[in-house]
Design a protein around this ligand. Sequence first.
Ligand SMILES: Cc1cc2nc3c(=O)[nH]c(=O)nc-3n(C[C@H](O)[C@H](O)[C@H](O)COP(=O)(O)OP(=O)(O)OC[C@H]3O[C@@H](n4cnc5c(N)ncnc54)[C@H](O)[C@@H]3O)c2cc1C
Length: 446
Amino acid sequence: MDLSTDVVVVGGGACGLMAAWRAARHGAEVVLLEKDRRLGCNAEIASGSLPAAGTRHQRAAGVVDSVDRMACDILAKNKGQADAAIVRALCARSPEIIGIFEDELGVPLELNTDSSRFGFSALRLHNGPGRTGAPLIAALRGALESMANVTMADRTPGTGLITDQAGSVVGVEAGTQRLGAGRVILACDGFGANAAMVARYIPEMAGVEGIGVQGNTGDAIRWGMALGAATAHMGSYQGHGLVCAGYGTRLVPEIPQLGAVIVNREGRRFAREDQGYSEFAREVLAQPGGVAVAIFDQRMFDVVARLDHWRNTVASGAIKSAPTLAGLAATFRLPWDAVQGSLRDCDGSRPDPLRRAALPVPAVAPFHGALITGTLAHTQGGLVVDVHARVLRPDGTPIPNLYAGGGSAAGISGESADGYLSGNGLLSAYGLGLIAGDHAAQTLRR
Ligand SMILES: Cc1cc2nc3c(=O)[nH]c(=O)nc-3n(C[C@H](O)[C@H](O)[C@H](O)COP(=O)(O)OP(=O)(O)OC[C@H]3O[C@@H](n4cnc5c(N)ncnc54)[C@H](O)[C@@H]3O)c2cc1C
């Protein structure tokens, strides 16, 4: 070995930074390898919505919630296909994650009360400033940079695992360097940027341009498979059905929850707008041209106007406006008669054939619209882990010294895009990072 340390963490996104921080706080010597900071991580470009139950923010807002209720919502959305023990373990740690960011890392969080979310029985998404994930990542990086027992190596991709003759993981390769480690934590996210793996495991998204970062090429999952690790839910992913076609920005998930009406090129609605934006991606891609138009009004716009994420979308030019709904339909070359019929379907005057919840329809001028399409945000399948985040073989035994979390581990969203509940990505990333960092450091032989 060129160097030996207690814990090597591979990947410097949500899971890796949290794992490194926790392990270092327990006194472990930690080396964190990051492929390339210039590519960023998905947790930075995410909305940064952290689901948590039983927080002081919920209590202050009079929201009644519990860990059990949160776990039931996640399991209901994935139709019981995810590992219930892991779901419960993550939900149980969720308020702690909020406390870490606020009390230990100094990131102010707020409960998102702008709208409800499909599949949530209580308001429980917490966000940082501007509703992006970047402040969370910056705070963790800042904390790690000040710790003497942490070495952060940027532009240093891990390239493989090192094992001994008994099959225990004893280190990581980084190009020609061999790093010995008591414990290795894999936090390289999933394979959203690996076209061949997407085509193989998620054929419905083959050839679709994803919106995740380019560094997430499934490295950790492939290394684990090569060691004989079990994998699960490889066809599972978070889709995104609100991406502004041709602009590289996206609508915030609140817009359909507030009552936007979404029609295809023929002016017809095709799916209930207030379903999860993950499964909505496939619905949009199935429309003529793979696009749709989201129609909303100034009242809905005003609710989200203060968010950085929304300001970026507005600045990109993706949102078009008109003083009347007929004018907006003309802007997008939609047949006005059909649009009128679509608006009437959900204004409460007759039963909605698509059965969306009773939401207001766009009624307050000016009116706004965006051409949207569907895409893949990040993958949710990966290495099977136990409640300590240890990577398991198909027979359920752990591969000694190896941990995984975030998108490198099998997620909590079941088998397809339909099982993804908002927040599942970061819950698995920060939660399994926390669990892996603790367990890895606490079980080191000293
Ligand atoms: C557009 C978008 C919006 C999202 N919004 C939300 C949201 O609001 N709430 C939510 O819960 N989830 C959201 N997600 C999902 C969430 O971002 C991910 O689930 C989460 O970031 C996964 O954490 P991670 O640590 O596994 O991966 P990441 O945060 O992506 O970090 C992985 C890191 O590993 C590095 N890496 C990869 N391979 C190697 C290697 N071989 N060696 C070294 N480093 C490597 C990468 O460069 C990267 O920095 C969103 C995702 C996208 C794309």
